[in-house]
Design a protein around this ligand. Sequence first.
Ligand code: 3NM
Length: 223
Amino acid sequence: MNKKRDYSVYLVTDRPLCAGRDLLQIIEEAVAGGATIVQIREKDATAREFYELACAAKDLLDRLGIPLIINDRVDVALAVDADGVHVGQKDLPYAEVRKMVGPHKIVGLSVDTMEQALSVPDLEVVLGDGGFGPDYLGVGPIFPTNTKKDTSEEWGLENLASLRAQTHQRLVGIGGVNLSNARDVIRSGADGIAVVSAICAAESPKKATEELLAEVMLGRGLE
Ligand code: 3NM
């Protein structure tokens, strides 16, 4: 299935934040509210647990026509034929991941610093081996967050805007993004927002996502 690549409201999951609720239910509600892409992020799961959860998420998201991204584990992404994989600076190098998954899958890359962000080859630039640059950069943390402990220094909106002025890469802002600041993240040049707690820990993931999407649209000057 050809799924639309839209990074407007990017749900990144975290089971401990779901307060005992079923992760698939939260994903389904978020998509009903307008989430455009979903990443399964499982830092403590065994390979088998991650695989089984990813299989179930793939079934659900195929039905809903929404891309599934796997955090870090290229093997799990390939095993379940996910739509893509997201890697950070401590994971396998981007070029190796691209070689493994081929040119058609989405590959996202986290950038912690301006220097890292500006050293990434542009999407349009074809590497020597025929691979392409990342589909998007995860820029974070933009704001303080309790969800991820080992983050680098916060970017803040000014540095995000400065990065926007210096690159054509697609940018997704992550870290502490919520209803109160989502519009500013978009106004500062992000193409989308990635959120964990603002959706996973919300009383109504559907309503939370609807409200976040409305802020993204306002940030773009669309209502
Ligand atoms: N990556 P919340 S911050 C998964 O800076 C993740 O790269 C980050 O969670 C980065 O939306 C983060 O609850 C957690 O603040 C974001």
